[in-house]
Design a protein around this ligand. Sequence first.
Ligand SMILES: [Mg+2]
Length: 132
Amino acid sequence: MTRILVIDDDDLMRAFVVALLEKRHYSVAAANNGLAGVALVTDSDFDLVITEIVMPDMEGFETIKHIRRHKPAVKILAVSGGGSSKGDYLKFATGLGANAVLAKPFEPARFLEVIADLLKSGPHGGDAPAPM
Ligand SMILES: [Mg+2]
């Protein structure tokens, strides 16, 4: 089963994303800040981490750096609603190793599409090799 970790300090947003993913039968865990999220990533094997950028305790940039360093194979989707700076935030997140980025607010269908694409892509964000 595909395992996804959702890291977001916004309770409503986190609950919404978790419900959306569970409805698609993904196995989902959640954390409300980067520190808690990184602890979960270190202890278990997730296929994908979805992290918000602006959070207390450990923000998304540190979270992405940490995950990239310790779990190089896990896919990372960075999301941000950081007002007028969100474009810059997301560009920076890509530089730190996020495989995909998505600005809030997003359409649930688009969100699920990005996740499905990420999960079938190769370990470094490229497309998986075509079947022989
Ligand atoms: Mg936030």
